[in-house]
Design a protein around this ligand. Sequence first.
Ligand SMILES: Cc1cc2nc3c(=O)[nH]c(=O)nc-3n(C[C@H](O)[C@H](O)[C@H](O)COP(=O)(O)OP(=O)(O)OC[C@H]3O[C@@H](n4cnc5c(N)ncnc54)[C@H](O)[C@@H]3O)c2cc1C
Length: 473
Amino acid sequence: MGRTVVVLGGGISGLAGASFNALPISIKMESSERLGGWIRSVRGPNGAIFELGPRGIRPAGALGARTLLLVSELGLDSEVLPVRGDHPAAQNRFLYVGGTLHALPTGLRGLLRPSPPFSKPLFWAGLRELTKPRGKEPDETVHSFAQRRLGPEVASLAMDSLCRGVFAGNSRELSIRSCFPSLFQAEQTHRSILLGLLLGAGRTPQPDSALIRQALAERWSQWSLRGGLEMLPQALETHLTSRGVSVLRGQPVCGLSLQAEGRWKVSLRDSSLEADHVISAIPASVLSELLPAEAAPLARALSAITAVSVAVVNLQYQGAHLPVQGFGHLVPSSEDPGVLGIVYDSVAFPEQDGSPPGLRVTVMLGGSWLQTLEASGCVLSQELFQQRAQEAAATQLGLKEMPSHCLVHLHKNCIPQYTLGHWQKLESARQFLTAHRLPLTLAGASYEGVAVNDCIESGRQAAVSVLGTEPNS
Ligand SMILES: Cc1cc2nc3c(=O)[nH]c(=O)nc-3n(C[C@H](O)[C@H](O)[C@H](O)COP(=O)(O)OP(=O)(O)OC[C@H]3O[C@@H](n4cnc5c(N)ncnc54)[C@H](O)[C@@H]3O)c2cc1C
């Protein structure tokens, strides 16, 4: 009998990890009845698509290209909805500061011009950055790093907002080394972020395919799928089933214990199974509670990787118009502690507006506002989030009419937080796994990147480490 590899978690990381053909017989376990984890797309009454989790995947870089390769291998090319480089959703992003939407400057000319809310052209921040000495700390908060290199305005407006947009997190707590490794590395290697990004770009070898070439030629900024991004995990599931992988749904793993022969016993509610190797693609904090007593130091490191919640409010309006065209806007914490930003879904993907078409926007709520509410123990009702989101859409975008459709979802602990010193948690987890030769590989958003591309790569890397060689997917 071949080796049995059990993959825990049916989110995109676990699905990607299990999908490599060369992997020995694997069993996929998922606690809920649905696969895809945070990737979830639902249809409204007029056929419009509403994304409850991610809504766009970036094609850039080697990881972006690998995801496009996977899309082609799954036969999804004709479903791809690209946002081309000349499209407003690729070119325009906004910050909502002082009660006004400000377009973020693009191109050299944009950097040379005064660009409110910044008091001086951003060119000066760039020039100043080139002269700054290299930082000496092994890690630093995003805020401190940005303030030191680019000045207080860029730190408290741009980087604060970016951390809210990507991690729903606080730039004063998040780690530059783990959240934005390319910026950290650029400073370490070239003493300057700008020099590092300029000189270090384009070195990683990329896979090649017709879709990847098209994305490069048309300068896609992101892409989705016609029926929503959930088509990706659905296609992966079909692929896994066709390979004979048994996918167990509605089966939360309740514990892991080590057998005398170095195999795992994976306990489910009413049964158990044995595995030669486990790939964990469930959140680090969940895994920490399943590990046996012998792995207590590993459990301690994993339990320290926390996550924050986000309330996602999808709104659709009939006959309404946006004041600006772009991808969306972010809101710094100094402007509003609860509204992270608003995505203008209809601008990027009008094909998903339904019939009759209606304007779709998504309001992301979180930050210290949501954390305080969660800590207070008060009832977090759908009405509370809907009202807060409608107010934000009315004040920030002038959408004062009642939405024709509204979906509210509170995603608890959905985005892992790579806080200062995150790398040390990863290091101690790795050291424990190596020293004790545990047949366990970690994958998923908890470790080295939360974007869908990072998660797919983490699944691929997990398969590589189990196989000891590059898989032909
Ligand atoms: C609101 C939101 C918006 C986002 N927007 C974007 C975006 O636009 N672009 C982008 O690239 N990324 C985005 N992301 C990030 C990205 O979607 C996630 O980081 C990614 O989907 C996480 O995938 P995962 O497989 O690592 O984890 P998950 O999706 O969390 O999957 C883990 C799975 O494990 C299962 N599980 C948990 N416990 C157990 C157990 N005990 N036994 C068995 N199974 C278990 C869970 O049910 C879940 O299905 C967004 C995330 C959120 C929440």
